[in-house]
Design a protein. Structure first.
Length: 76
């Protein structure tokens, strides 16, 4: 499945990458494959390059878990 192969490989922008992953989530929903939002946020973070290592650590130490929209806002 394409979803598991997506990685942020260019510096086009993390925002575009997150939106691409959101679009894939919509396609999965269309074929009745539902994943919790928290899983998708965690999955998106794992597809980021090592450049975002400190950002991932911040997420993992933060008590509240983010939605995809919050992740987009924080990445701006």
């Amino acid at each position: 499945m394409k979803f598991t192969l997506v990685k942020l490989t260019t510096m086009k922008g993390v925002r575009d990458h997150i939106n691409k992953m959101r679009d894939l989530k919509t396609r999965l929903r269309a074929i009745e494959v539902e994943k919790p939002e928290s899983f998708l946020v965690h999955f998106i973070l794992n597809t980021l390059t090592p450049l975002y290592g400190s950002f991932k650590i911040f997420y993992n130490t933060h008590k509240d878990k983010w939605t995809i929209d919050e992740l987009l806002t924080i990445c701006d």
